[in-house]
Design a protein around this ligand. Structure first.
Ligand code: NAI
Length: 333
């Protein structure tokens, strides 16, 4: 079976080539993101493997099915908000994902963002490089004893909550489904409104859905504690960037750390260091002293890359053999 990878990086090649020794599929790596034009121009392929910023809407799916003979779409990520599942069903394309790849590593990255922001480690690092050993301006905030609100207590959220509990925090959670693990580790479920009102630190681990889009917006920001720190490793669209910037500039929001950005599709995973970035909101956001962004790298650990490659190849092998997918939650359509 031929599998064409879009948005493929060197690390994808390294891990997929290694795990493919057990399957011997024909793997083709395309560095560029998938869109209508690339779907039209690609070589025919039985399967494609895509990532978070590939465009897999109804138009692309139609081309993949009718022109390129694609039967399977494998998302090498957990989120699938960029795939039109109804269109896939219509064109008889099966879709799968990696439902969990080291959720611990994404939770750890969220903690890294929080600790870096709280103790100004990113600023201290540059001071030491320039032999500036003065401490003025580096006063931090302790995390111990703070109230942490976890929005989305699924696989990543409950791991984050466990770490926060270890730091000596009071942990509040909001989710449409209550997790026994979250409660067992000391978490308390409250309403979304109560969480937003009481939390000193808010962390977002929700999928991007119509109901969760812009969960942090002008109206909800008004209800937050002054000085609140917001951490987002979920999806950029959970936060209305313009309202966030207003909240930070009015000093209502005390810090923002994120691994995702609303319009990251045209920015992330590329070296744009020699280019002018036309996204003014992004430039303004990154210029703020209490904002820390990383470029969608929370998943990027050796452990997670191994799990992604092994799960995707197993999914596709099972699809090809007409079997049910053995990984719970991997089957999407
Ligand atoms: P999960 O599916 O285990 O957890 C999501 C939780 O959100 C579930 O408990 C679900 O009940 C809850 N939820 C869904 N809709 C809701 C709503 N309307 N209101 C309240 N709760 C709702 O997913 P997991 O693995 O924890 O991942 C969460 C998200 O993190 C993914 O959807 C993905 O977008 C993002 N992610 C980001 C990564 C990165 O590298 N930055 C890596 C992996 C995932």
């Amino acid at each position: 079976m031929k599998i064409t990878f879009f948005s493929a990086k060197q690390y994808d090649r390294e891990y997929f080539d290694q795990y493919n020794k057990d399957y011997n599929f024909n793997l083709e790596y395309v560095p560029k993101t998938l869109n209508e034009r690339r779907a039209t121009n690609m070589e025919p392929s039985e399967a494609i493997c895509a990532f978070v910023n590939d465009v897999i809407n109804a138009d692309v799916i139609k081309i993949l099915a009718e022109k390129q003979g694609v039967k399977y779409i494998a998302m090498r990520c957990a989120g699938f908000n960029n795939v039109d599942l109804d269109a896939a069903k219509k064109y008889n394309i099966k879709v799968c994902r990696v439902p969990a790849y080291s959720p611990e590593c994404v939770a750890e990255h969220a903690v890294a963002l929080l600790l870096t922001l709280s103790r100004k480690i990113h600023k201290a690092y540059y001071r030491i490089l320039s032999q500036n050993f003065a401490l003025d301006g580096l006063i931090g905030d302790s995390i111990h004893n703070k109230t942490v609100g976890v929005l989305g207590t699924g696989k990543i959220g409950k791991n984050f909550a466990k770490i926060m509990y270890g730091f000596g925090c009071k942990v509040l959670g909001y989710d449409v489904f209550e997790s026994p693990d979250f409660k067992k580790n000391g978490g308390e479920y409250v309403t979304k409104e109560e969480l937003l009102k009481r939390a000193d630190i808010i962390a977002l681990f929700l999928p991007l859905l119509p109901e969760t889009r812009y969960i942090i917006n002008k109206e909800t920001i008004k209800t937050l504690k002054k000085g609140v720190v917001i951490i987002n490793t979920g999806r950029g669209g959970l936060v209305n960037t313009e309202d966030l910037i207003d909240g930070i500039m009015s000093e209502h929001i005390g810090g923002f750390g994120a691994d995702v950005y609303e319009n990251e599709g045209v920015l992330f995973f590329k070296d744009l260091s020699e280019q002018i970035i036309p996204d003014k909101k992004f430039k303004l956001l990154t210029s703020l002293p209490n904002v820390l962004l990383t470029g969608h790298q929370a998943f990027l650990t050796k452990e997670a890359l191994s799990q992604i490659a092994s799960c995707i190849l197993l999914n596709l092998d099972e699809f090809k053999k007409g079997k049910e997918l053995s990984t719970p939650g991997a089957f999407l359509a």
